[in-house]
Design a protein around this ligand. Structure first.
Ligand SMILES: NC(=O)C1=CN([C@@H]2O[C@H](COP(=O)(O)OP(=O)(O)OC[C@H]3O[C@@H](n4cnc5c(N)ncnc54)[C@H](O)[C@@H]3O)[C@@H](O)[C@H]2O)C=CC1
Ligand SMILES: O=C(O)C1=N[C@H](C(=O)O)C[C@H](O)C1
Length: 233
């Protein structure tokens, strides 16, 4: 497959290595807004760019008939608009806040645990995410997806950075060193604590998941998720 990379930073470079090992060709490396883009050469685009540039990159791909795998976080206030443009152009799209198999299993575990805790008022939930200091957005996209999983399955109604309160999930965002991504969720009562945690050792899992998603979407049109790709629940 011919892959166009939008964003050639830490993730773009890792995806290049994994895609080439799986027999794909990288036909474009777009790393800023000024580069000319030959959409015709691409079977699929993979966007790991910046919160400011992702929406434009993705929707230009749809308008040029290129399906998109997007892992960029921090732009989701425009997700519905992107979906509309995808559908108008009969395009293909997968956004995931986290492409790793482990985190997608963790999303399922989080939802199951939330269901079990839903009526236990003595437990209060909280979340923590730790990432490297270059990360531009907070909380992480993964933490937001986890919070949404809790909100779907419990009386909690919203999440907020740091702040707890009635029906609010507090999320603590820590930025330190080179941490690739650690997420934990705790339910705490006066007598004990239940905690689940996912810790990425490196970025390979994210990159492999994105390449697998790009192989999966070939020839399809529509809006999909990693649940479809991984056949989860
Ligand atoms: N969904 C997932 O599994 C994962 C998502 N991410 C997300 O992916 C994004 C990128 O992460 P990293 O590679 O670590 O960041 P990075 O900062 O290393 O790379 C981003 C690259 O985008 C480039 N860029 C700037 N403007 C651009 C434009 N208009 N078009 C294309 N590229 C442009 C920058 O020059 C930079 O090289 C972040 O939003 C991060 O949160 C990161 C890891 C996993
Ligand atoms: O910026 C990162 O590095 C990561 N971003 C994603 C997120 O915001 O959840 C996924 C992963 O945690 C790494």
């Amino acid at each position: 497959m011919n892959i166009g990379l939008f964003g050639y930073g830490k993730m773009g470079k890792m995806i290049e290595q994994i895609a080439q090992k799986r027999g794909h060709s990288i036909v474009a490396k777009i790393d800023d807004a000024s580069q000319p883009i030959d959409y015709k050469s691409m079977d699929v685009a993979i966007d790991f760019s910046t919160p400011e540039s992702a929406f434009g990159n993705i929707t230009n791909c749809f308008k040029n008939g290129v399906p998109v795998i997007c892992g960029t976080t921090g732009w989701l206030e425009r997700y519905a608009e992107a979906v509309e443009i995808c559908n108008d152009n009969k395009g293909g799209f997968i956004y995931a806040s986290n492409f790793s198999l482990g985190v997608n299993i963790f999303f399922e575990l989080n939802a199951q645990l939330a269901k079990m805790m839903a009526n236990l008022e003595e437990y209060k939930v909280s979340m923590e995410e730790i990432h490297h200091t270059q990360k531009l957005d907070a909380p992480s996209g993964t933490a937001i997806t986890l919070a949404e999983g809790i909100i779907e399955n419990t009386p909690y109604e919203k999440w907020k950075l740091e702040e707890s309160g009635d029906k609010t999930i507090p999320i603590k965002s820590i930025r330190e060193g080179m941490v690739p991504g650690t997420h934990s969720i705790a339910y705490e009562s006066a007598v004990d604590k239940i905690e689940i945690k996912h810790e990425a050792h490196n970025r390979e899992g994210f990159a492999l998941g994105a390449v697998i998603a790009s192989e999966w979407i070939a020839g399809k049109s529509g809006i999909f998720s990693m649940k479809d790709v991984l056949n989860l629940s």
